[in-house]
Ligand binder design. Sequence first.
Ligand code: ADP
Ligand code: MG
Length: 719
Amino acid sequence: MPAPRTKSVSSSRRTTEIAAQPAGKTASATSKTAGNSTAAKLEDKLIRLGLRTDMDKVLHLPARYEDETQLCRISDAGMRAGHPVQVEGVVTSCEVAFRPRRQLIVTIADDSGPLTMRFLNFYGSQVKQLAEGNRVRARGEVRHGFFGAEMVHPSYKMVNQDAPLPDALTPVYPAGEGLSQTLLRKTIATAMSRIVWDDTLPEAMRTSLDLMPFEPAVRLLHNPPPDVDESALIDRSHDAWVRVKFDELLAQQLSMKRAQDARREKGAPALKKIGALSKAFLAQLPFKLTAAQQRVLAEIREDVQQSFPMQRLLQGDVGSGKTVVSALAAAQAIDSGYQAVLMAPTEILADQHFRKIAGWMEPLGIRVVWLTGSLKKKEKVDAKALIESGEAQLIIGTHALIQEDVQFSKLGLVIVDEQHRFGVGQRLTLRNKGAAAGASKKPVATVPHQLMMSATPIPRTLAMTYYADLEVSVIDELPPGRTPIVTRVIDQNRRDEVIERVHAAALEGRQIYWVCPLIEESEALQLQTATDTHATLSAALPDLRVGLVHGRMKPAEKQAVMDGFSRGEIHLLVATTVIEVGVDVPNASLMVIEHAERFGLSQLHQLRGRVGRGSAASVCLLLYQSPLGQIAKQRLAIMRESTDGFEIARRDLELRGPGEFLGARQSGQAMLRFADLETDQWLVERARDAAQRLLRHDPAAVDAHLARWLGAREEYLKV
Ligand code: ADP
Ligand code: MG
């Protein structure tokens, strides 16, 4: 998330954020002499913020600035309602009150009058620190509350009489848990004293672009001088910010270009033929492709005809029909004499793909082979032999495709379904399987084309930021005839009513999923809960057939249950998140999700996508455990209000910020911290031109610049 851009926008947030780290902790953490273990702990915390090298620390720039240069008389403070002010006074009383709830109430006074500071969360150490007679400097918004003029959760520090005020804006850094501003400032100052401040931009380029030199720009951002243009600093339009943003965008452009060039230098089989199979396949489909499917298919068809590898992400909401598009891409590979492989994250999903796609392709004479970890030894050996000889034209499976010692004969296309469920390394391994086959015969390494699919949409700008070199196709339309899903958010203590509703639905001939709560800390506990839920629901609904499916069942057992559900023999299916992705049983039209507040939004969206697949109107009931926090409430409201995965992702992103949204596992680290692809578009263009010039004329500068800005992050961006 970009930092708030204006003083007024940020004012209300900043008070709470600062107050969230009690000042008492700050003071004690810095006063301790750092022993070895404290140093190691600090190191850990810094690494969690992505700060490894001195340069990383130097480039950890303030998220915003606070004006602590002025003191406001307490009697005047109330007139500045809605704006944070800084006051200073001596504590006249400090007590813990218990009504209306437990809180710390501190009164301070200067010669103009008293002010109450109220803390709803506080540490014992704060009570001592704020003892009567001590002098405190506090910052916050004054309100007229229960106790007269008051500041709720101000940020504050203890000061001596006549302690000087800072003469410049105070930087506030993005901090992780347990990292105080004081500590960060010290760490950054030390790093600044150690690094070599060379400029990675050639001087001529820097002056022609009218950019500030690197060192003064960075120093200014960390230590703004008293006479700085404050509003430019705060809204990030200051020349110093422009320089930093330019550098960051340049690094992004350079790494994208490098990754792209590296990809284009590799060979890939040109899948030129859209032949008999592709045509017959289309002709026998029981439906017509949507316009969006046709468009993305055209994009993919074009790409895989090139002799360098495609790297494309196919995004489309749950149920938008990505599978058939990928099968058509596979058909093109097979038409062109190559193998295609489709990897899915779960056995259930792989099995479902296998049945569906084999059902489409086998009648057309195509050999489809299935490989998962659950196959018997002999079956595996047979499957691998078919893959290695090239008799297997389309291979569908799970992680086993990577783990087992599988050799492809002529791999032309790799399809990864639900790609966000795989790690970067897993995707690379599968792609490299194809590379090994061609490498020995040809001078250029060849790798297969890669098509990744995901229903967890990443906004395009974000995708470009996180994946340096990736084309994106979007299916933005659902097949016709779907009925929208109605979502209700219900308190967990109304579970009995929900069970009745499930009963009524089953009597109407509808099928129901009951999703058990996610228990991240313990898989054992999660299984226990699933088994218990199955037992209680079976007892409560004796006239229904209740099934159970979870991750620890043997694949054959799982399959038997899923088959029973597909055939309508099971009315109610109690499940863990194993059914999260891809499962397609159109007659299921009611879903209950317990403890919905524990799931991520994209996960809820995926789960909910299991219903609404047939013609019956579908309902999803999200049960939650009260009380819910503010964010949790908003997140469930998003689920109730929208069934559009893109919209949900956008709002989730707003609520949580990109790091959490994407998860470190798949994203590596966010690359753009300072620039904003939308508001800084003009800089993006300059950075693009500069990148081209540097790549052509000054490869050493390119290396230096990338090392400074990306360091270890670059590897992630290539995948
Ligand atoms: P997802 O994009 O979530 O992977 P699927 O590929 O599983 O979605 O497709 C969902 C369902 O829609 C499948 O049953 C599929 O056969 C069907 N389907 C796909 N495309 C169309 C279409 N153009 N018209 C009608 N049904 C379609
Ligand atoms: Mg799918």
